[in-house]
Structures are given as C-alpha cells and as structure tokens.
Design a protein around this ligand. Structure first.
Ligand code: ADP
Ligand code: MG
Length: 443
C-alpha cells in the first residue's frame, strides 16, 4: 500500500512529505504511522490523511480500519550526522540556519533604507506599499509583488522593509533572500537531507521576501517547492514580498496556478525613472558627498544617464573618484570626458524610419505617402516636418535624408527645414505641435 503513494499523490508530494511516513503499528482497526517532525505531521494530517485512509480501505478490502494516527518520532541519530535541528553544527546547512534564525539583517545593504529612498511618480505606489507592509502587523495584501526594470529600486525597497521591521518589530522573523539563493539552499538541503529543516524554517517566518523571482521560471522543482512555501505562508497569514523584472502576467516559464497566485495581492510596478526623479536621487546622494558637485553637473547627468539608477549612481561615483584622485574642479567638460563611454551607451539613436513612422501616425497619413512623388498639400507639409525632424534629431547629412525620402534632392531637404522654421516662428500652435513630436521622439 505504501508503494502506491507516489502514484496516487504524485512524486512531488511523495518525495516532499509522504516518504517520511513509517509504519509503527497496525492494530487492525487503527494504523499508527510515524514521521520525524511535528511540522511534517501537521502538514500531512491537514492535507493528505483522509485520502491515505481512503486509499487504504480501497486497497485492503476486508479491513476494519477506522483511523490513522501519526506520531512524531525523531530519527535515531548516529552521532556523526545529527538529525536536522536548529542547532546543527557540523552540517553544511549551517549557513542557512544562521542566515534564517540568528541574523535577519545579514546580507542587507545598510544604505538601502526608506530614508535613502527618493520618492517620485515612477515609484510612489511601490514605495507606499512597502512602507505599509513595514509599518503594520497585519497582512493587507499578500503577496506584495514589486516589479520593474533592472536598477530601479526593487531590492532597495525590500531591504528597506527588512531594516524597518528590524528596528520597530524585532521580534518578528524576517527572511530576505534572492530567488537564486532560495534555489541554491533548496538543492543543498535536498543533497544533505536537511529538507525538513529547510521547510520548517522557511514556513515559520513572519515575513518572507524573495528577490528576483523571475530566476525560478523554467526551474520546475524549485518552483514547486517555492509554491508550497508560498501557500503555506499565505495560509498562515504571513506576509510575502516578491520582486521580479516583469509582472506575473508577463512572466514566462511559470506554471499557471503559480502565476495566478502571484497576482493575488498587490502588484506594484516601478516605472522607468523620470528626469525629476533622477535629479532628486542625484541631489540626495550629492548631499552626502564630501565634495560639492555643481548643480549643472547633476542636471547634466540626470538628463544623459537615463538607463537606470544604478548607472546614474555609478556615474556620480566615477566623477567623485576622478576628482579625488586627480584633483581639480568638477566641470562639465571633465564630466563628459570621464564618462565618455557611459554617455555613449546612453545616447538614444533615432532613425529616420522611426521619425517617419511617428510623424505619419501623428498626421494620419501612410508612411508610403512620404516616399511617393505625389504632392497632395497635406502630405507635402507632413513630409517637410519629417525631414526637418530628421535633420534636428539625427546626424544624417542632407543628401542622406533626401535619399531616405523617396530619393529626393538635398535642396528639397534644405527647403523643408527653412519652411518649417519660418512656420514655427509665425504660428505658436504649430510650434507646440512640433515640440510635442520632438519630445516624443527624443525620449
Ligand atoms: P533593482 O533591484 O530594481 O534592480 P536596486 O534596488 O538594486 O534595483 O537599485 C539600484 C541602485 O539604485 C541602488 O544603489 C539603489 O540604492 C538606487 N536607487 C534606486 N531607486 C532609488 C531611489 N528611488 N532613491 C534612491 N536610490 C535609489
Ligand atoms: Mg535587485
């Protein structure tokens, strides 16, 4: 009957839980099974016991069985390898034990606090939600799912929650770890047969934070384990905070049941940063520097380094390092020189094709109209605008631009540029329209 369990419950449940069952006694009316820990007993009892009983009755037809009891019986320890316990010493899972039990601030970056987090439109929801979680002892939304591109502050916010809890509610057990670490610890626990320990620890926390959850997509057994941890904590009304580079709906390689659970609570996105937020972050950082950095340099950086906050900080650090080592005033020229490679990587290249597409869309014509020699009046004006913008926003030469517009002469392009310039001077409405287009294209 024992051998039927894997088929009936599936390998995962069997390997994770049921394989620990041992037959202690069979009285005819009642079976006594043992497991190595109270946690496993409770888990099995609450989920699988009825079905085990049913299975038994089904397969042993004449049974008088009326009940199953599960008792806890600690495994006999052979002195060299102690049974998994919280005090394990000579065991590779020690790192996990320490990590989980003794020092919940291990691995937290001391700079990643709420005080050091600059709030702006792109991150205000994520910030407010993280604060709410850190300040209350109730679970309002579970999980809190933070997502956004790389370097936008997800890890910073999670650490901030952990620091805040550590300060104000030190009795609560908080675990923060990356999904990668989760997988690593899980595999190690499997290898060293400390999986019970691993589970009990993770499932006994008050707040669990797993960073970069996208890491476990496509990794089936880690995902399965994570799913059970997740469910167990939700059932116990413990708070979970997750981060990922995409929303649950956009994540690939995630099981459907998992995806839907991930979206159960509050899904808060962190948008790409805005100029204002970048400048705010730079100003906050600059305040803590031993050296004054001119405002115009900060503005320049906020304008030019747009990829992510980490790079922005990196830029500031490089300027500081340069100024400290080489000395001298921090000027715009020097900044440009020191950051040449970074600025280049952040440069936004716009192609003439993109300009044509946007302008055509804006004025509701077809791109192909721009290449044809037809000269409907409206198309002609639109064409001129697209040529003008190509001159302004790209480094292409006049003949090159002409060629991209159905092989027109460079003098046509010159004429277009002049026409648009004089129209702008005469007509504020037209100017507005144009600067809107320009903004859209150069962002
Ligand atoms: P993510 O985890 O989203 O990839 P991080 O949290 O590691 O990004 O943030 C990258 C860097 O940018 C960190 O040094 C962090 O302190 C900084 N940072 C991000 N957002 C902010 C913010 N709003 N205020 C201050 N620093 C920020
Ligand atoms: Mg991160």
């Amino acid at each position: 009957m024992y051998s039927l369990l894997p088929d009936i419950f599936g390998q995962t449940v069997f390997k994770g839980w049921l394989k620990f069952l041992k037959l202690e006694a069979d009285t005819g009316g009642k079976i006594i099974l043992s497991v190595p820990s109270a946690f496993i007993r409770d888990w099995i009892a609450s989920r699988y016991l009825e079905k085990i009983l049913e299975t038994y009755r089904h397969h042993v037809p004449d049974t008088q069985l009326y009940g199953i009891e599960i008792v806890v019986k600690e495994e006999e320890s052979n002195s060299a390898a102690p049974t998994p316990s919280y005090n394990t010493q000579n065991n590779e899972s020690e790192a996990l034990d320490n990590y989980l039990l003794k020092n919940s601030t291990a691995g937290l970056d001391p700079r990643f606090t709420f005080e050091n987090f600059v709030v702006g439109k792109p991150n205000e929801l994520a910030y407010a939600a993280a604060q709410r979680v850190a300040e209350s002892d109730q679970v309002y939304f579970n999980p809190l799912f933070l997502y956004g591109g790389v370097g936008l502050g997800k890890t910073h916010l999670m650490h901030a929650v952990a620091w805040q809890l550590h300060k104000t509610q030190p009795q609560r057990k908080v675990i923060y770890m990356s999904a990668e670490k989760f997988m690593y610890q899980f595999i190690r626990a499997l290898r060293h047969k400390t999986i019970i320990n691993f589970r009990e620890q993770l499932r006994s926390v008050d707040i669990l934070m797993i960073d970069d959850v996208q890491f476990i997509s496509g990794k089936d057994s880690t995902q399965e384990e994570f799913f059970h941890t997740f469910n167990s904590l939700v059932d116990q009304k413990r708070q979970i905070i997750l981060s990922a580079d995409k929303s649950p709906a956009e994540m690939k390689g995630i099981e459907e049941r998992m995806r839907s659970r991930l979206g159960w609570g509050l899904v808060a996105d962190i948008h790409p940063s805005t100029y204002e937020l970048r400048l705010g972050i730079l100003q906050a950082k600059a305040e803590n520097l031993p050296m004054e950095i001119p405002q115009e340099i900060l503005e320049f950086l906020a304008h030019k380094v747009t990829s992510n906050i980490r790079e922005l900080e990196g830029a500031l650090n490089r300027i500081m390092a340069h100024a400290t080592l080489v000395g001298g005033e921090i000027t715009l020229d020097k900044t440009q020189e020191v950051l040449r490679d970074l600025l280049k990587a952040n440069e936004k290249y716009i192609t003439i094709e993109e300009i044509q597409r946007h302008v055509a869309e804006h004025f509701n014509i077809r791109v192909s109209d721009m290449h044809s020699s037809k000269r409907a009046r409206t198309v002609a004006r639109t064409l001129q605008i697209a040529m003008y913008l190509s001159k302004q926003l790209t480094s292409r030469s006049l003949p090159e631009i002409g060629r991209k517009f159905g092989g027109r002469d460079h003098t046509t392009v010159i004429h277009a540029v002049k026409t648009v310039q004089s129209l702008q001077a005469d007509d504020p409405g037209f100017q507005n329209d144009l600067s809107l287009l320009e903004k859209m294209l150069s962002h």
